[in-house]
Design a protein around this ligand. Structure first.
Ligand code: SAH
Length: 374
C-alpha cells in the first residue's frame, strides 16, 4: 500500500534539525553546506527573530531552490501547544508538548504598562521548595536553548506579536520565573537569553529580562558577568532556620553566602536593584519581627522587595497571610525605604499564578513505569 510506504519512509527520514537556539557562528557553520553564507546568515537571523518567520517558503530574500533545500533539512523551532487557557483577568497559560513528550508551561501576564512572559527553564524542578507546586513534579530535565526560545517565539505567534522590536509590542518583559531553576541550566539559559538580547532579532534589553533564582550561589556571579540581566532572588525567609525548612537549597548555600553574592552582582545602583521575592506564608514568615529583620538584612544592597501572597494548590500545607498582615509587613519595609509592591495573584483560576505551575508529565509517566529509574 503506497500510503503505508509513505509513512514508513517518513518515519525513516531524519528529523529536521532545529535552527532556533543556535548562535550566529553555529548557524553559519550549519548552513554553509547549503550555500548560505555571509550576509545571508544575518538576513535569515532577522527573518527568524525579528520578523517571526517559521517556515522557509515565505522567505523571499532567499533563492527559491535554496528555500526548498532548507525546508527539507531544517525547522524553525515552534513548540506544539497542548492546551491554552485564558484567565478571566486576561492572563494566558500555554502548556507546550516537547518532542520527547514532556510538558512545560509558559504564562503571559498583560498589565496596563507592560506585558510579561514568564518562561520555564526546566521540565519540573529539583529544588523542592515546600510551598511550590512545581517542586512536587518528579520528572526533571533541562530545557534546551531551542525549547527556552521556543516558548517566546510560540507565544509571540499566539499573541500576534511580530515583528519583534516595536514600541507597542505585547511581550515587553521576560521573566525566568516559570518551572525550574535557571541557574541549574546555566549554559542553555545563557545561550537563549543572549539570542533574546540580540539587537538584530528579538531585541529585548537587559533591563527587561529578569532571571530568578532560589540561590545557586556559585552561578550568580557568572550570571551577572555573562548574561547581565536583572536578578531576582527567591528569599522568603530572614534566617537560616526558617529558610532551611522552606527553601532546602539554603542548607547548601546559606543566607550569608547568598547575600554576599548579591552584593557582588554587577552594576547595582538605585536604578537597577535586585528584586527579593518573599512569599507570604501565614504564621511562618509573616510577623512584624520578620519584616524588621528583612529591612536590616538588605540595608547594604540596592533592593526592591516583592511580596507574593502565597498561592495555594491542591495538597499544599500552607496558608496565605491575611491581607491585613501583608499590608502591615509591606508598611514596615516601605517605612525602611524599600519599594515593596505586593504582587497581585494573576491567573489563579487557571493555576497560572506563582508556584502553581505543574504540568502533567508525571501522570503520563505513571503509565510508563519503565521511566521510573530515570
Ligand atoms: N527556581 C527559580 C525560578 C522560579 S520563580 C526561583 O526559585 O527563583 C517562581 C517564584 O514563585 C519563586 O519566587 C517562588 O519561590 C515563588 N513561588 C513558588 N511557589 C509559590 C506559591 N505557591 N505561591 C507564591 N509564590 C510561589
Amino acid at each position: 500500500m503506497p500510503e503505508a510506504l509513505t509513512d514508513q519512509a517518513k518515519a525513516a527520514a531524519p528529523a529536521p534539525a532545529q535552527l532556533v537556539g543556535l548562535d550566529r557562528e553555529t548557524l553559519a557553520a550549519t548552513l554553509a553546506p547549503h550555500g548560505l553564507k555571509g550576509y545571508r546568515i544575518g538576513q535569515l537571523w532577522q527573518q527568524i527573530y525579528r520578523l517571526g518567520a517559521n517556515e522557509f517558503p515565505a522567505m523571499t530574500t532567499i533563492a527559491k531552490a535554496a528555500r526548498a533545500d532548507l525546508a527539507d533539512h531544517f525547522a524553525i523551532g515552534r513548540l506544539a501547544i497542548e492546551s491554552e487557557q485564558i484567565s478571566k483577568d486576561g492572563t494566558r497559560k500555554w502548556l507546550y508538548k516537547l518532542a520527547d513528550g514532556s510538558l512545560v508551561e509558559t504564562v503571559y501576564i498583560p498589565e496596563t504598562d507592560r506585558g510579561t512572559l514568564c518562561i520555564s527553564s526546566q521540565v519540573g524542578c529539583t529544588l523542592n521548595c515546600r510551598f511550590c507546586h512545581t517542586g512536587t513534579q518528579r520528572l526533571v530535565r533541562n530545557l534546551t536553548a531551542e525549547e527556552i526560545l521556543g516558548q517566546v517565539l510560540t507565544a509571540k505567534d499566539a499573541l500576534d506579536d511580530w515583528p519583534a522590536p516595536r514600541p507597542d509590542r505585547k511581550i515587553t518583559n521576560i521573566v525566568l520565573m516559570g518551572m525550574g531553576e535557571p541557574l541549574y541550566n546555566f549554559e542553555n539559559v545563557k545561550q537563549a537569553m543572549l539570542i533574546a538580547l540580540d539587537g538584530e532579532g528579538l531585541g529585548f534589553s537587559r533591563r527587561r529580562i529578569t532571571l530568578s533564582t532560589a540561590g545557586v550561589v556559585p552561578m550568580i556571579e557568572r550570571a551577572g558577568a555573562e548574561i547581565g540581566v536583572n536578578l531576582a532572588i527567591s528569599l522568603h525567609a530572614t534566617n537560616n532556620e526558617i529558610r532551611d525548612r522552606i527553601v532546602p537549597i539554603n542548607r547548601k548555600y546559606p543566607l550569608e553566602e547568598l547575600l554576599a553574592a548579591c552584593r557582588a552582582y554587577p552594576t547595582l545602583n538605585n536604578a537597577r536593584r535586585i528584586t527579593f521575592e518573599y512569599v507570604m506564608l501565614r504564621d511562618v514568615n509573616d510577623l512584624d519581627e520578620h519584616a524588621h529583620a528583612l529591612a536590616a538584612m538588605l540595608s547594604d544592597i540596592p533592593a526592591k522587595i516583592n511580596l507574593i501572597p502565597f498561592n495555594p494548590w491542591p495538597g499544599s500545607a500552607f496558608e496565605r497571610s491575611t491581607a491585613a498582615r501583608i499590608h502591615n509587613f509591606a508598611g514596615i519595609l516601605m517605612d525602611a525605604g524599600y519599594p515593596t509592591p505586593v504582587r497581585t495573584p494573576r491567573g489563579e483560576d487557571i493555576l497560572a499564578a506563582c508556584g502553581q505551575l505543574k504540568s502533567t508529565t508525571e501522570k503520563a509517566r505513571r503509565t510508563r513505569p519503565g521511566l521510573d529509574a530515570a
